[in-house]
Design a protein around this ligand. Structure first.
Ligand code: SF4
Ligand code: SF4
Length: 165
């Protein structure tokens, strides 16, 4: 009998707690998203289009280790590695990615590439407008993913020289 009463009280407490949350939310202002007339709002951890990051000196963080490509279950990352030289230094490591493509017709935005990257070079941004009727436009290249050189960077990046690769 005592256990029955405890069960009823427990259920009543759970219902009261749930209704309390409902009433509290009812009193909050309604938020309506205006997309596409206004910007879409995302949670910080939203996994959108990829970005290739730079360090504080403007160097590319990607060192062409291929770990992201190895971790990708959709096999949609294509990388070509090149050596940094005295005349052409693109990253802080020995190598950099001269080509880095992601095929968005296959990417499932699982985030495994981001988790696998030892230098935090590849991250998810909040871009999402990638739809296309032409799948050839869904191969996103390094040039599109690479973030701008940060303001105040020491500008150590040397410009590519003709015929360097
Ligand atoms: S998010 Fe997943 S599927 Fe897309 S490139 Fe990264 S590892 Fe591959
Ligand atoms: S993005 Fe990261 S994991 Fe992928 S090749 Fe570059 S450094 Fe390696």
């Amino acid at each position: 009998m005592a256990s029955k009463i405890q069960e009823v009280l427990g259920s009543a407490a759970a219902i009261a707690k749930g209704m309390g949350i409902t009433f509290r939310e009812m009193l909050q202002p309604t938020i309506t998203e205006d997309y596409p007339d206004g910007p879409a709002l995302f949670q910080e951890r939203y996994r959108g289009s990829h970005e290739l990051q730079r360090d504080e000196n403007g160097m590319e963080k990607c060192v062409a280790c291929f770990l992201c490509a190895a971790a990708c279950p959709a096999e949609c990352i294509y990388i070509e590695a090149a050596e940094n030289t005295d005349k052409l230094r693109m990253s802080g490591g020995e190598r950099y990615a001269s080509v880095y493509n992601i095929d968005y017709s296959r990417c499932i935005f699982c985030g495994y590439c981001v988790e696998a990257c030892p230098t935090d070079a590849i991250t998810h941004g909040h871009g999402f407008e990638q739809a296309s009727y032409n799948t050839s436009t869904l191969i996103i290249r390094k040039e599109k993913m690479l973030v701008a050189i940060p303001e105040g960077a020491k500008q150590q990046v040397l410009e590519p020289v003709a015929g360097a690769h």
